[in-house]
Design a protein around this ligand. Structure first.
Ligand code: SAM
Ligand code: SF4
Length: 348
């Protein structure tokens, strides 16, 4: 890494124009995936979808350089996502290198769980303790309909293996009317049986290939009403580490308890507390999932940019962070996804 000015650790450096402190960086390690979820990259889109060439992905040493500088500036939490982060070769060694960075308090991973059974031990050894696992159905045939691939048992096995190893597990369920709304109560019952926080995510119109349509959308408020038959829900005090989820304690009729969360980017957007930047798999730094403005960090790196050049882009991106998105308004006027950025490249 090139010689540079001493790192500025002032909180101000990470504060945007709306007084939000940006402490969390999400890295999309790859735009590739072993599933083809209908809301992200449906199977029949393989023709339209062009994956990045290997050279166009940020290399691990480039990623490590960026994260090191971001952590020096005061960022303290990283999430690895994608595409499917576990399909990228060398990911375990990369996580181990991240784990050695002073000042990085948490490394988390979002995965579809397909490779979890074989990789769980390695992830634990590399220092990961918290996993977000995406699972939209507990029915094998439906799993194939939603993801295009018959892998439910493999994913379930992965979740159970991770549970036994002691990972803190959150299950992400994208709520889609007509696809999995008849399973919301079963997912809430799962939260009563298991120590997983089950989080329902409002279906978002992201990516020009998405099958999003407002007829499939269901708000967290309506969803919550559907869970009333499972048990009483009491909101838990806000926890910074729960990110955008509003979390409730749920108590079943038989005395069991659990936690369910609701992520409501459309009905109750959380832009005023958003603390994140995103680095896409193509090396673009992005201030908001739902605004397509990006800064080309890869170009700076590959033109032998200095550490200060990289810090400057990080600061400028923070300062360019918009106040919020307008999905709710956009939905009134469009039937199809207004945000054309590809979810798997940006990193969900
Ligand atoms: N492949 C990994 C996985 O599926 O967990 C990580 C990447 S995925 C893009 C990250 C998260 O975004 C997943 O929980 C997925 O369910 C969610 N997601 C993808 N497309 C979405 C959409 N259109 N609306 C809401 N959530 C979406
Ligand atoms: Fe792959 Fe995750 Fe997108 Fe599904 S949501 S296609 S698992 S990247």
């Amino acid at each position: 890494m090139s010689k540079s000015l001493p790192a500025l650790k002032s909180k101000n450096e990470l504060t945007d124009t709306f007084s939000r402190t940006i402490s969390y960086l999400r890295l999309s390690l790859t735009d590739r995936c072993n599933l083809r979820c209908i809301y992200c990259m449906p199977e029949d889109r393989d023709e339209g979808l062009k994956f990045l060439k290997h050279d166009d992905l940020l290399r691990y040493e480039e990623l490590l350089r960026i994260v090191t500088l971001a952590v020096d500036m005061g960022m303290n939490k990283i999430r690895l996502t994608g595409g499917e982060p576990l399909v990228r070769r060398g990911v375990m060694d990369f996580i181990s290198s991240l784990a050695e960075l002073n000042g990085l308090e948490e490394i988390r991973l979002t995965t579809n769980g397909v490779l979890l059974e074989e990789k769980a031990a390695g992830l634990f050894a590399a220092g990961i303790r918290k996993l977000n696992i995406s699972l939209d159905t507990m029915r094998p045939e439906r799993f194939k309909t939603i993801t295009g691939v018959d892998r439910f048992q493999q994913v379930w096995q992965g979740i159970e293996t991770a549970e036994k190893m002691g990972f803190d597990i959150k299950l992400n369920v994208v709520a889609m009317k007509g696809f999995n709304d008849d399973e919301f109560a079963d997912f809430a019952r799962l939260a009563l049986r298991k120590n997983y926080q089950v989080r329902f995510i409002e279906f978002m119109p992201v990516g020009k290939h998405s099958t999003w349509d407002k007829r499939y959308y269901i708000s967290s408020t309506d969803l919550q009403k559907m869970l009333a038959k499972v048990g009483d829900m009491v909101p838990l005090p806000g926890c910074r580490m729960d990110g955008p989820a509003k979390v409730y304690a749920i108590s079943g009729k038989d005395g069991t308890t659990g936690r369910v969360g609701f992520i409501s980017p459309i009905s109750h957007h959380f832009c005023d507390t958003c603390n994140r930047l995103r680095l896409t798999s193509s090396g673009m730094l992005r201030a908001c999932l739902l605004h397509d403005r990006e800064a080309d960090l890869k170009a700076i790196l590959r033109a032998n940019g200095s550490d200060d050049d990289i810090r400057k882009i990080i600061k400028e991106t923070i300062l360019s962070k918009p106040k919020g998105h307008t999905l709710a308004e956009d939905m009134q006027s469009v039937d199809k996804a207004p945000c054309i950025g590809q979810m798997s490249r940006i990193g969900g």
